[in-house]
Ligand binder design. Structure first.
Ligand SMILES: *[C@@H]1O[C@H](CO)[C@@H](O)[C@H](O)[C@H]1NC(C)=O
Length: 335
């Protein structure tokens, strides 16, 4: 009997959704049509997400205030492993920290089902501190990020606005220079940093969007835009599945066609996470040379051979540019 119930549930699941049953495999997914998609959590473990599951009205009220739950964790070469908590409005939290106003400022924002300790944060923090004496602020927005996917999507503008307002306060209070500010966001975090840039009057020097989240973001006016900072770059690695394929940055890199499977990956969740691994490696090595593409189709087909070259990623704050770029990478670190 018990087996029958399980079997019935299984059959209902298969009939009710086109979702593939191999965790992390999104080969069934059709943008704008499919209801289910696998998404990785902060350690890369796939979870099946129902894209139609909407938050309740009560949740939406709670979400609108949720950016107030952001935490800002400062890492520097003086404290590379243990963060110091910076609190919006609390001058002493800055004065008693290792924040130094004339250093470059890097901000890292994680994606869905993650937190400030998720892999992306120590990986990119270590890379920045390896090459530059800088302030790195990891944004932890775990309470909203660990809600239903739709809830997290609706919360993104508020989380971003709070981050932007915090940065304005930080720089006005403790000093700093917008031309030294680099915001980095992965997946939903890419849309968070876009909203942060807008709240800060588009003043940050650079935004790097690491495979900006795709589901529910096509044509969404709250998505990352090419004007949210002085220079906005996107690195697309799982376009059309977990990532958005559209060139929403000023410069858009499409390593290995910008889609699943990335070299060494079998599944979409792996290809999605590859975006922050490539970026971390680019900070250490600055070895990824993109070639200009004539159009998106050429980028998709790994056919870009244009004479204009631009390096993908890196930590150079004065970096500028525009257009579509393609390149190939290897299957394992440093790729
Ligand atoms: C990939 O590996 C090959 C062989 O080791 C190397 O020549 C090439 O430069 C690597 N590609 C990148 C993008 O570093």
């Amino acid at each position: 009997m018990k087996l029958l119930v399980v079997l019935a549930a299984f059959v209902a699941f298969c009939a009710g959704s086109p979702a593939h049953l191999v965790p992390g495999d999104n080969s069934h997914y059709v943008e704008g049509e499919s209801r289910y998609i696998w998404m990785p959590d902060g350690t890369g473990v796939p979870h099946l997400v129902d894209l139609l599951e909407k938050p309740s009205d009560e949740d939406i009220t709670r979400i609108s205030r949720n950016g107030a739950n952001n935490e800002y964790w400062l890492y520097t070469r003086q404290n590379p492993d243990n963060y110091q908590l910076l609190v919006h409005g609390d001058v002493n939290s800055i004065a008693n920290s290792n924040y130094v106003a004339n250093r470059p400022l890097k901000v890292i924002v994680h994606g869905w089902n993650s937190n400030g300790h998720s892999t992306i944060n120590p990986m990119i923090t270590a890379a920045f501190l390896n090459v530059q004496d800088c302030n790195v602020i990891v944004v932890d927005w775990n309470r909203l990020a660990n809600s239903l996917y739709w809830t997290a999507v609706i919360g993104v503008p508020g989380v971003g606005a709070h981050l932007g307002n915090f940065l304005v306060w930080l720089i006005n209070t403790a000093g700093g220079n917008w031309n030294n500010v680099h915001l980095v966001g992965f997946s939903l975090g890419a849309h968070v940093v876009g909203n942060a840039g807008r709240a800060a009057g588009n003043r940050p020097a650079r935004i790097t969007g690491l495979d900006p989240a795709g589901p529910n973001w096509g044509g969404n006016s709250n998505a990352l835009r090419s004007t949210d900072a002085q220079y906005v770059e996107c690195i697309h690695t799982d376009g059309g599945l977990l990532g958005i394929f559209d060139p929403i940055g000023a410069t858009n890199f499409y390593p290995n066609g910008g889609r699943n499977p990335q070299p060494g990956c079998w599944i979409s969740t792996c290809s999605h996470s590859r975006a922050y691994e490539l970026f971390a490696s680019s900070i250490h090595n600055n070895h990824f040379v993109g070639r200009l593409c004539t159009d998106l189709q050429e980028a998709r087909n790994v056919g870009c051979t244009g004479g204009v070259a631009l390096n993908m990623g890196n930590s150079i704050i004065s970096k500028r540019g525009g257009g579509l770029y393609g390149l190939t990478t290897n299957r394992s670190w440093p790729f």
